[in-house]
Unconditional design. Structure first.
Length: 195
């Protein structure tokens, strides 16, 4: 069995090999797939992220959600609770800065923060996933810690967590740890997995 570290390196390399055109096509296909998902209709407050390190580009999806009058939120490194994330409302004119990892995030604005429990859907990045909804992240544990007490599904069974990934990021099985938060939905340019 491949270790988590080896799997992370293998899949990160795989997605970094995608051409610019393949990335653009995948990003557009993913935006269309999410917008066609029946669960999106009930979601008004949606957390996304800005892509980094070959992750699937979320900009087409962000623009599509804005056009549908959805509220988009981006993660920020929590300023007081190390290793956690908070989510802030994101608009076209939101001032941005780079965090300690060089990833763009909104400038801190207390009135624009949204408690995790009040978000209708949180889309997470991932390095690899399997058909059972297991997710392998970058290894920092930010999403796992932040979402540890967040119900992945609503009372009516609708997914509240969704991983976003290229199709090439799917593997047969992810070696899991006790702290891993499985995903009730994973969307790729080709399909939505609902394990």
């Amino acid at each position: 069995m491949t270790s988590r570290t080896e799997l992370r390196q293998l899949i990160r390399h795989r997605r970094q090999q995608l051409s610019h055109q393949q990335q653009q096509q995948a990003a557009q296909a993913l935006a269309e797939r999410v917008c066609q998902w029946s669960g999106l209709e009930d979601c008004q407050h949606i957390a996304l992220y800005l892509s980094n390190d070959g992750e699937l580009d979320t900009w087409p999806l962000i623009h599509a959600l804005w056009q549908r009058q959805k509220h988009v939120y981006l993660p920020l490194l929590h300023p007081f609770t190390s290793g956690h994330l908070i989510f802030q409302h994101f608009l076209p004119n939101t001032p941005m800065r780079h965090n300690q990892f060089g990833i763009p995030e909104p400038d801190w604005s207390c009135p624009d923060l949204m408690p995790v429990a009040q978000l209708d859907l949180i889309a997470t990045p991932l390095v690899a996933f399997d058909a059972k909804g297991n997710r392998l992240g970058m290894g920092g544990g930010f999403y796992d810690r932040t979402l540890a007490n967040f119900a992945g599904q609503s009372a009516d069974g609708r997914a509240r967590l969704m991983g976003l990934a290229h199709d090439c990021q799917q593997v047969d099985a992810i070696p899991t740890e006790a702290w891993d938060v499985p995903l009730p939905a994973i969307c790729t340019p080709r399909q939505i997995f609902l394990p």
